[in-house]
Structures are given as C-alpha cells and as structure tokens.
Design a protein around this ligand. Structure first.
Ligand code: JQB
Length: 270
C-alpha cells in the first residue's frame, strides 16, 4: 500500500516511521511519503492561508498550493487511482468498518489541514476525479488533521496482511465482525500470578477453554453495559444466546417490546 500525506507540519508525521507502521514500511509492505505543502507555494512567505469569504474568525487554506500538490502527487502514478482521505470534524465517522475498507486500497492520499480547513473547491475538484472521503475521528475539535492521520494510518496499517504477525489477534477486536462484534474487550492478565497481593481470576488458570471463553464474554458484557450502553441498545438481539441473556439480566438489562435490550428501570447501579 502506498500512503501519501500532505501537510504544513511534516515533522508531526514522524511517528509513521516507528513501531508497527514504521516496521511495515521497512518491510516494504507500506510505502509512506510525507510532503510539505509549502513546497507548492511560490511567494516569499510560503503562504498557505487567507481570510474567509463572508467574514468571520480564523483563516482558510488557499486552494492553489493544495491543487498543485495533489495534481503532482495523484498524477505521479498514471496506472493507479488514489483514494483521497480528508480529515475534518464534519466528516463521516472513522470506524473499524471504514478502516477495513481503506486497508484494501492500494493507494491512500491524506490531506490534513490546519486553520478552519481547506477551500471547499479543492475537495469538490478532486471528488470529480477521484474517490474522496471526508472523515472525522470523533466528536471533539482538534487544531488540525495530523493527529487524525496518525490515528487512521495506525488503524489501517495493523490490518495489512503480515503487519500484526498474528491473524487471530484481529478476531477479538471489539469492533471486528464475529462473535465478539460490538462488545468491548474484557480485562487481561499476565505473569506473575500474584502482584501486590492481587491474584488472577481462577478461571483463567483452570485450563477449561469453554469456561474461559464464557467468562471473557461475561466480562465483555460488564464493560460494554457500563461504558458503551449504546452498543447493547442497538445490537440485534439475535446475536445474544441464553447465557448472554442471563448475564444481561444480572447486570439489570432486559429486552423491550422490540426485543432489543435496555437497562431495566428498577435496577439502580452502584
Ligand atoms: C482544521 C481540523 C480536525 C482537520 C478530524 C476531529 O476544521 C476546523 N473547524 C473548526 C474548528 C477547528 C478546525 C480545525 N481543523 C483542519 C482539521 C480539525 C481535522 C478534526 C477532526 N478528523 N476533530 N477535529 N475529529
């Protein structure tokens, strides 16, 4: 997979050279190219921003440097079509599903902006030529798109064949499809068996794989009901077996008229 990033803060993307993403690049599975947007300016001050039409606070990124940068980068391989990923707080949510979809693409071009974002005509122009995705990593406002690029690239790169080293490690991901889909992961433990007087849940030492799987699923329900009740409320109840219904009942959850689970009103959490 080829990854291009165009930014006025190339040093912010330095983490792409370390850890999982850096190793994938070193092994030739990822071809990461960071570009300084100011390299496509022509004035003495390398200006990339200007005042917004219509007035108001802040500055907007000028279309010309972006246009010249994206023409050169997207045109650099005439045999390939990039997907252009534009981080913006008004984008579609970046989810595990989108990470999986993007991980199958041969070429991604990320355009992290600063100020109040990029002149709209740039997005419209490239959307007329390429697959452009405006994406947000969450409901909070950052100062720019570089951190979202680091987040998205890490989520995408770990899905590439051979990057994680262990295909099974995807299987239990909270948001991966499968039996643990839409359940948060429960607690994990390693050696030593006792630390500061704290032991390990006995079942994990039992060697009984069926009981361990069930315990883990129960713990996943505890975490999910506490931290992400929306995931339980919107789940297809057909995904829940008899034991799941038992633990949900113990946690104070019951099916409503449509079969979907909700918190039983009479149960007060401590
Ligand atoms: C400028 C960004 C994010 C990119 C994602 C997320 O765009 C803005 N609009 C209003 C106020 C501030 C900004 C700052 N800004 C480029 C840019 C913010 C991404 C961003 C994002 N993806 N929060 N913020 N989830």
């Amino acid at each position: 997979m080829r990854l291009d990033v165009v930014t006025i803060f190339p040093e912010y993307l330095a983490p792409l050279n370390v850890s999982l993403v850096g190793k994938a690049a070193a092994r030739g599975q990822l071809d990461v190219r960071i570009h300084d947007l100011r390299g496509w300016t022509h004035d003495k001050h390398n200006t990339v921003d200007d005042t917004p039409y219509g007035g108001g606070p802040g500055m907007v990124m000028k279309p010309d440097p972006w246009g010249e940068a994206l023409d050169e980068i997207t045109g650099s391989d005439p045999d390939a079509e990039p997907v252009i990923v534009v981080p913006t707080p008004s984008g579609r949510p970046f989810t595990q599903e989108l990470a999986v979809e993007l991980s199958a693409k041969p070429w991604l071009v990320f355009t992290p902006a600063r100020y109040e974002g990029i002149d709209r005509r740039v997005i419209d122009e490239y959307a007329s030529r390429y697959d452009v995705r405006e994406v947000s990593i969450g409901d909070y406002v950052l100062a720019g798109g570089e951190a979202p690029v680091l987040v998205m690239v890490e989520a995408i790169a770990r899905l590439l064949p051979g990057v994680l080293g262990n295909a099974a490690s995807h299987q239990d991901d909270s948001f991966a499809p499968g039996p643990m889909a839409n359940l948060l992961e429960g607690p994990v433990y390693t050696k030593p068996p006792e630390w500061r007087g704290r032991g390990i849940p006995e079942v994990l030492l039992s060697g009984h794989h069926g009981k361990i799987a069930r315990w883990r699923r129960d713990e996943a329900f505890r975490r999910t009901t506490a931290n992400r009740p929306d995931l339980i409320e919107t789940a297809d109840p057909a995904a829940y077996d008899k034991k799941d219904r038992e633990i949900l009942s113990i946690l104070g959850w019951a099916p409503g008229p449509d079969g979907r689970f909700g918190r039983s009103p009479e149960v007060v959490e401590e």
